[in-house]
Design a protein around this ligand. Sequence first.
Ligand code: FAD
Length: 490
Amino acid sequence: MIQAAISPVTVSKDEGLMSQNQISILWVRRDFRLANNAALVAAVKRGAVVPVFIRDASVDALGSAPKLRLEMAIGAFAEALEGLGSRLILRSGTAAEVLETLAAETGASAVFWNRLYDPRSVARDTDVKALLKDREIEAQSFAGALLFEPWTVETKTGGPYRVYTPYWNAVRGRDVAPCLTPPLEMSTAEDWPQSEALAEWELSRGMFRGAAVVRRHVSAGEHAALERLDEFTDTLIAKYKVDRDRLDIAATSELSDALSLGEISPAQCWHAGRRAMQEGAAGAEHFLKEVVWREFAWHLLWHYPHMDRENWRPEWDGFVWNDDANHPHFMAWCRGITGQPVVDAAMRELYVTGKMHNRARMIVASYLTKHMRMHWRLGLQWFADCLVDWDLASNAMGWQWVAGSGPDAAPYFRIYNPETQAQKFDPKGTYLARWLPDAFGDHSDASMSFYDAVPKAWKAYITDAPAEPLVSLTEGRAVALAAYETYKTQ
Ligand code: FAD
């Protein structure tokens, strides 16, 4: 039963439909949900709602897997709206132009949306708000993508937090508003405006044949996300703290893609986690802490808007990372043929499922930036192209955190050893066998589908001999440490 996420009612159907009866545009962005959607509630309260998703430059700039996942989210949300007698209008162009045109076509006198916090969206939304106000169209934005808006959390001296634990201590006792219930029906405009067709946008084209493979591993839509949260808080959360690092066990919530696209809100996860905590689930607080890592990432990106491009610690600017995307080491890393089994298994998991276990992300990021001394930006870009749960802030923070140039960093000289990591977190070799059919002979559908997912140009075949290690672990570590020592003393 899907109940975990939805608590007290704040707007009822009657309250919504009997109100002013004016037309509002709901500008859907990364908030593909009916529950706990403040912009949607505000629009429903006013009267008829015209929901629109705009394919603007920010959509075209997404990587291949995020685009595929977005396509799935749009499709699922359009269906959910249809269930309420509504529709999702699709339009291409700049947001300001599309919204202005749509308001003129429908007679809408207000546009509502939920806020995003990356610098490009903020700049766009500020311009859109100004333009709409200039045209005497009401424009209002709402919170919902985060538990705590970045500027609302400050140190005692008034600045941003730079380290996670004090940030967690600052927010852990805060009240998070109860979640808003979804509308039961939506009043609509008399004539629906024209919509473009989702299929014609071809958002999954960049994945080539990989799209069909990754799709099999994704459950899109609000309903699936709420079901997943319920399942997780009913069972897995109890052992989350002890099992969450295990590569061989499905012990985590697997909600990151749904959170990234707003199919579920962090507040729904927070309240479900708090309830589990009150019921005595041992791992619940740890789950809340992880949800707050995502908050911390957005807090950092808000205050350091170049975190996805520049070293968070500028003292790393002269370090000798290699940034050649055609370097054979980087290409082998991307293709899962470095000869380090756990690295290769994880990179294949990524290519087949569009996701990668968090522990594995840390191992492959450390291996790339330390044993191989390739620039973290290359890894970040590869993840941005391959992850269905791509999240600008979490990806940037994750890469810089592991590389040593980021916040709250494990020092550069703490280098993960892939072999000992695999022994610890995959003690029976289950994860390796799952993703490396060439080396371990476990020809499961999931592992074999790697050969269907990757571009033909890679010429990857099951008959290939398992890769030999490209970089010796001892030597890679020694060279990385020497480079660090030299840099430090310069
Ligand atoms: P759970 O363990 O169930 O955690 C619950 C939620 O908490 C997650 O869904 C996620 O929203 C949040 N969370 C958990 N761990 C982290 C973390 N370390 N940082 C930020 N948020 C966290 N996460 C993304 O969502 N998108 C990314 O693009 C991304 N890139 C990463 C890159 C690197 C190099 C690293 C080391 C981590 C990255 N992460 C990213 C964080 C983390 O790996 C994923 O959030 C996690 O694996 C998702 O699995 P889950 O939903 O089962 O998480």
